[in-house]
Design a protein around this ligand. Structure first.
Ligand code: DLZ
Length: 160
């Protein structure tokens, strides 16, 4: 599922009005923290660069990607925001844990998007190696946190 021909970070943000009024939640998994912090910095920096206000961005941490689903659900129950970004990094190990965590978080975020009224952006890297994760969190393949922020801004104003 390569993104070579679909780079969200090239989206024309002038199409998004009143960015300074929008509110965002960012839920960050602490597992593989080096990667998720880099993704967070990409997402957070992009939101600010585009005109979002610092005090309109709420960050919550959760232990691992598995907990992102509950973290996003609870953030939405406690705060009125226009979009949430779920940030995680799952890296293949020697057991089947990778598959269970990837399936749970992707299905869980999908279910929240189906049942709740606020978009949740899937910014969970699922890589075979740490190097692949580094390459996508500020390395040679860009920063997927930046792309997630662009998707969040687009979705926050969908239909408005
Ligand atoms: C247990 C586990 C493993 C093995 N690998 C990862 C990973 O690569 N990325 C990640 O975000 N979380 C991992 N976890 C932790 C689970 O997501 C979860 O936090 C624990 O199973 C506790 O519910």
């Amino acid at each position: 599922m390569a993104t070579a021909h679909k780079n969200l970070s090239e989206y024309d943000l002038s199409k998004i009005p009143n960015l300074e009024r929008l509110k965002f939640g960012i839920v960050v998994a602490e597992w593989n923290r080096e990667i998720t912090e880099a993704l967070f910095n990409g997402a957070y920096g992009t939101l600010l660069d585009c005109g979002a206000k610092n005090d309109h961005i709420i960050r919550w941490n959760v232990p691992g990607s598995f907990e992102l689903v509950f973290g996003c659900k609870k953030l939405l129950a406690d705060h009125r925001v226009d979009a949430v970004i779920a940030i995680g990094s799952v890296i293949q190990g020697e057991t089947k844990h990778f598959d269970f965590v990837c399936n749970a978080v992707s299905q869980g975020i999908k279910d929240l998007n189906v049942h709740l009224d606020t978009p949740i952006i899937f910014c969970v890297l699922t890589d075979d190696t740490l190097q692949q994760a580094k390459d996508r969190s500020g390395g040679k393949h860009g920063n997927k946190g930046t792309e997630a922020a662009v998707a969040a801004m687009q979705m926050a104003v969908l239909g408005k």
